[in-house]
Design a protein around this ligand. Structure first.
Ligand code: C2E
Ligand code: MG
Ligand code: MG
Ligand code: MG
Length: 276
C-alpha cells in the first residue's frame, strides 16, 4: 500500500520498517505488563577489596524473567525502558528491591544500584532514594548509586543539585563505565565522585597491551590523587586481577571473582568466602 501524504508525493510501504515498528510496540506492551506483575529479579555481582580479597559490595543487575523468552539481559530492555519512560517504575522497583534485600546482608557489604540518565532527570530522585532507605531500613552509607557520563550531559545545574542532595542524604556516588564518554576530566573537577569504575573495555587486553595498561594506570593514579576509590570492572583472568591490584586499584569486579548471581547463590558465595 502507498499512501498520499497530502503534498502530492507518495510514501512507499516498507515491510521491514513496519515489522520493526510492530516488534517494538509489542516489546513495549510486554515490558509494561512485566512491570505491573513484577517479572524481574536482581542478580548480584560481588566487588572485592583488592588488598584483602574480602567482599565489600555487590552490584545489583536487573534481569527479566520472561515466561517465554527465559532470562532476558538488561541490554535488551533497558534502552527501550529509557525511551518510553518505563524506566521510572522499573528503576523504582530495582531501588526498593535492592535496598530491601541488602538490608538483610552482613552489615559490611554495601549495595550498588545503577541509575539511568532518565531517572536522573526526575527531580524527585533524591526523595525516591530516601524513601527506599527509610522503608527498607538500609543505612544510607550502605548504598552506592552508579551513574554514567551520559547523566552529566544533561542539565548541569540540575544534575549537580541532585548529586549534592543525594550526597547530603549519605549515599555515595560512583562514576560507572569511566573513560567511555565525553569530557570526563572536567566532570571530575566539578563533582567529586566517591568512586570511579574503570570501564571493562580498558581491561579486555590487559596485561599484554601497553596502551590499555597505560590508560588503566593513569586512571588509577588520577582518581586516587583526587581522593576517589577505584574499582576495575570486567576482570576475567588471574593475570588481569594481578595487574590491576598491583597498580593499586581499590576494588575488583569481574568474572574472575564471580559472575552476577541470583540472591541465594550470592549469599552462599559470601558465606563460603568469609569462611575461607
Ligand atoms: P554495568 O553497570 O557497567 O554493569 C556491568 C556489566 O558487565 C554487567 O552486565 C555484568 O554482568 C558485566 N560483567 C561483569 N563482569 C564481567 C566480566 O568479567 N566480563 C564481562 N565480559 N562482563 C562482565 P549486565 O548485567 O548485562 O548489565 C549491562 C548493563 O545494563 C549494566 O552495565 C548497566 O548499565 C545496565 N543495567 C543493569 N541493571 C540495571 C538497572 O537496574 N538499572 C539500570 N538503569 N541499568 C541497569
Ligand atoms: Mg554499573
Ligand atoms: Mg560498568
Ligand atoms: Mg556497562
Amino acid at each position: 500500500k502507498a499512501k498520499a501524504d497530502g503534498k502530492g508525493t507518495f510514501r512507499r510501504f516498507d515491510p521491514a520498517l513496519d515489522a520493526r515498528v510492530r516488534a517494538r510496540r509489542n516489546l513495549e506492551a510486554d515490558l509494561r505488563r512485566a512491570i505491573a506483575v513484577q517479572e524481574f529479579e536482581l542478580h548480584y555481582q560481588p566487588l572485592v577489596d583488592a588488598r584483602t580479597g574480602r567482599i565489600t559490595a555487590a552490584e545489583a543487575l536487573v534481569r527479566w524473567r520472561h515466561p517465554e523468552r527465559g532470562l532476558v539481559s538488561p541490554a535488551d530492555f533497558i534502552p527501550l525502558a529509557e525511551e518510553t519512560g518505563l524506566i521510572g517504575p522499573l528503576g523504582q522497583w530495582v531501588l526498593r528491591t535492592a535496598c530491601t534485600q541488602a538490608a538483610r546482608w552482613p552489615a559490611h557489604i554495601r549495595v550498588a544500584v545503577n541509575l539511568s540518565p532518565a531517572q536522573f532527570r526526575d527531580l524527585r530522585l533524591a526523595d525516591t532514594v530516601k524513601a527506599a532507605l527509610t522503608t527498607s531500613g538500609l543505612a544510607a552509607d550502605r548504598l552506592e548509586l552508579e551513574i554514567t557520563e551520559g547523566v552529566l550531559l544533561a542539565d548541569e545545574e540540575r544534575t549537580l543539585a541532585t548529586l549534592t542532595r543525594l550526597r547530603a542524604a549519605g549515599v555515595s556516588i560512583s562514576m560507572d563505565d569511566f573513560g567511555t564518554g565525553y569530557s570526563s576530566l572536567s566532570y571530575l573537577r566539578r563533582f567529586p565522585f566517591d568512586k570511579i569504575k574503570v570501564d571493562q573495555s580498558f581491561v579486555r587486553q590487559l596485561p599484554g597491551d601497553a596502551e590499555s595498561a597505560a590508560i588503566v594506570r593513569a586512571i588509577i593514579t588520577m582518581g586516587t590523587c583526587l581522593g576517589m576509590a577505584i574499582t576495575v570492572e570486567g576482570v576475567e583472568t588471574a593475570e588481569q586481577f594481578a595487574f590491576t591490584t598491583a597498580e593499586g586499584c581499590d576494588q575488583v569486579q569481574g568474572y574472575h571473582v564471580s559472575r552476577p548471581l541470583p540472591l541465594a547463590e550470592f549469599l552462599s558465595f559470601v558465606d563460603a568466602r568469609e569462611a575461607a
